[in-house]
Design a protein around this ligand. Structure first.
Ligand code: NAP
Ligand code: MG
Length: 485
């Protein structure tokens, strides 16, 4: 195919189409949600959450200390003993349906708030994060009154109080993944959102009030890592953690010798495997979805592209053209494809690892897109000539950075895909079903997508093997993490 300069390809200009920030109904300050009420931290401590696209402060948020975490866990325990364990499944269903409906009603507000606090494009928060969060509540509302038919025996029991810690990449969606199955199974919860993205969980707490969920059934404690550590140290019956492998290991050590149940959803280094018979234009869209969705801040991102040698040149040519067309900028603009990096610290980590990519001899291609002056930005980047030993092939970059490797045979593809300490997700692209199944059977990963990538559904279990963690979220399997079975 004839090479054309990027400028003629991106000649189609888009006028700005920003969503109004006012829809987020931001308040100056947000409290902790304990026992059904919003309260200040016992010691009055607060922290600021900022908009990573502008570096401007959005709001002040209460920083929960040990006393606040203890109060939240005590409120959850009381609610469990006095109210929630006595509810019927049908009653819990009713609350979960209400919550789902209220998320839908307030979806525009939630989408704008999420994009402001996190930096993700409004197109994604509007079409993916918020609808999927509602879908999780709808899905588990349907299970709450059918637990005895879920294959866990005639009378499966809840665990009690669950401490739930979530990361910043999908703040509302991760809250939904944690709360919906826990509540359906009859547990009460203390949720700890990430420090850089606390706001949507606090609006979700307002929604729980609107739904008239009994006081204390869900509590939200905002703060930094020390708040999470205090929650792990407190007398909860279950800890559910989504975040880095490093912190996951700390938590596992902390819980050793305690009867507390644990599930860990950790990092990944997903391989997106492209065979020579796959339809290449669709493949390119899948590669882009795999690594540039949500700025690559995705645990299951297809961050390693494994492409069959015979089509590598063609795929890379098409991929570069496509990458040049990605629009990077204002997260609130409906035309934006790639938004802001969530924090200065994450941007620094991405810069460091990509510098290592060059230092270790990989060839770097960076989109020529213009980046805004303020805020945290990283242009979509593709590394070729990557060796399996390079840091960018082994470590999670958690940014819009793709490492490309090639293979000749299916055996080689499988060996390279499995050459990682992680095991969260992989993708396989081929027209031939038997080959896809042969490969999928041999991949050591919790999820394998065929001819698609980053596809999520509440009915489908998600989770990892090896250093990507253990336990499943979503589907019938997701209930098991919150039942005494
Ligand atoms: P992180 O640093 O591990 O933080 C995750 C959460 O743990 C945050 O709320 C954090 O609080 C808290 N935390 C930090 N130190 C803690 C401690 N010692 N004890 C208890 N809690 C503590 O991870 P992140 O950088 O926010 O998130 C990115 C990581 O999450 C990536 O590795 C990604 O792959 C993974 N992830 C996995 C999945 C999955 O389903 N497998 C999904 C999404 C993300 P602060 O934010 O306040 O520090
Ligand atoms: Mg923020």
């Amino acid at each position: 195919m004839e090479e054309r300069p990027a400028s003629t390809l991106s000649a189609l200009e888009y006028d700005p189409a920003p969503e109004s920030a006012g829809l987020a109904r931001l308040r100056e300050g947000y409290g902790l949600f304990i026992g059904g009420a919003f309260v200040e931290a016992a010691d009055g401590a607060t922290f600021e959450t900022i908009n990573p696209a502008t570096e401007e402060p959005l709001a002040r948020v209460a920083q929960a200390g040990e006393a606040d975490v203890a109060a939240a866990v005590a409120a959850a325990r009381r609610a469990y003993d006095k109210v929630w364990r006595k509810t019927t499944g049908a009653q819990r269903s009713k609350y979960l349906f209400r919550i789902a409906r209220l998320i839908q009603e307030r979806s525009r507000e939630l989408a704008v708030l999420e994009s402001l606090d996190n930096g993700k494009p409004i197109r994604e928060s509007r079409d993916i994060d918020v609808p999927l969060a509602a879908a999780h509540f709808f899905y588990y509302a349907g299970w709450a009154d059918k637990l005895e038919h879920a294959g866990f025996g005639p009378d499966p029991r809840p665990l009690g109080v669950a401490g739930q810690i979530i990361p910043w990449n999908f703040p509302l969606l991760m809250a939904a993944w944690k709360l919906a199955p826990a509540l359906a199974a009859g547990n009460t919860c203390v949720l700890k959102p990430a420090e850089t993205t606390p706001l949507s969980a606090l609006v979700l707490a307002e929604i729980l009030q609107q739904a008239e969920l009994p006081d204390g059934v869900v509590n939200v404690v905002t703060g930094d890592g020390s708040t999470g550590a205090a929650l792990v140290a407190s007398p909860v019956d279950k800890v559910a953690f989504t975040g880095s492998t490093e912190v996951g290991k700390v938590i596992q050590r902390r819980l050793a010798g305690r009867p507390t149940r644990l599930t860990l959803e950790l990092g990944g280094k997903g391989a997106n495997i492209v065979f020579d018979d796959a339809p290449l234009d669709e493949v390119v869209e899948g590669i882009v979805d795999g690594i540039f969705f949500n700025q690559g801040h995705v645990c299951c991102a297809g961050s390693r592209l494994l492409v069959q040698e015979s089509v590598a040149e063609d795929v890379l040519h098409r991929l570069r053209r496509r990458v040049d067309q990605l629009r990077v900028g204002d997260p609130l603009d409906k035309n934006t494809d790639v938004g802001a990096i969530n924090s200065a610290a994450q941007l620094e980590k991405i810069r460091e690892l990509t510098a290592w990519g060059e230092r270790e001899g990989a060839t770097r291609y960076t989109s020529p897109c213009a980046l805004p002056e303020r805020g945290y930005w990283f242009a979509p980047t593709v590394f070729t000539d990557v060796a399996q030993t390079h840091r960018i092939a082994r470590e999670e970059v958690f940014g819009p950075v793709l490492s490309v490797l090639t293979f000749r045979t299916p055996e080689e593809a499988v060996a390279k895909a499995n050459n990682t300490t992680y095991g969260l997700a992989c993708g396989v692209w081929s027209e031939k079903g038997s080959r896809t199944l042969w490969v999928a059977e041999r991949l050591r990963a919790g999820v394998v997508w065929a001819n698609t990538y980053n596809r999520f559904d509440p009915a489908s279990p998600f989770g990892g093997v090896r250093e990507s963690g253990f336990g499943r979220e979503g589907g019938r399997h997701g209930l098991e993490a919150y039942l005494d079975v």
